[in-house]
Design a binder for this molecule. Structure first.
Ligand code: ZN
Length: 113
């Protein structure tokens, strides 16, 4: 159910943004969804279509950028992609820790007319 609320938040943001720009029809919404965010991009897009009905975002295209989960080395601060069963830093071999990259779910911007 949290995907639904996220979609609603994104809709509110897009509507507000369009208002700031003095636009009354949103044609595209650009969103970023991290692999480690716990959200499904497909589900968010589906709910977005549902909650945007009757708003200025109705029929807007949702453009998703999927962000791969990244680990950060606690020793040398190298940020590297997380691979299956492999968590060690490619530079110094220290075990990486989860970084913030890959946990985001945000609206990057909108296109409106
Ligand atoms: Zn390292």
């Amino acid at each position: 159910m949290h995907d639904y609320h996220k979609a609603k938040d994104m809709l509110d943001y897009a509507v507000e943004k369009a208002g700031e720009l003095g636009k009354n029809k949103v044609t595209k919404v650009f969103i970023t969804v991290g692999d480690a965010s716990g959200y499904s991009a497909d589900t968010i897009v589906m709910f977005f279509k549902e909650v945007s009905e009757g708003t200025i975002c109705e029929d807007a295209e949702v453009v998703v950028t999927q962000v791969k989960s990244m680990l950060e080395c606690p020793k040398c601060k190298e940020v590297f992609p997380r691979k299956l069963m492999e968590y060690n830093c490619p530079v110094c071999g220290t075990e990486g820790l989860p970084s913030k990259i890959g946990t985001e779910v945000t609206v990057e911007g909108i296109e409106a007319e």
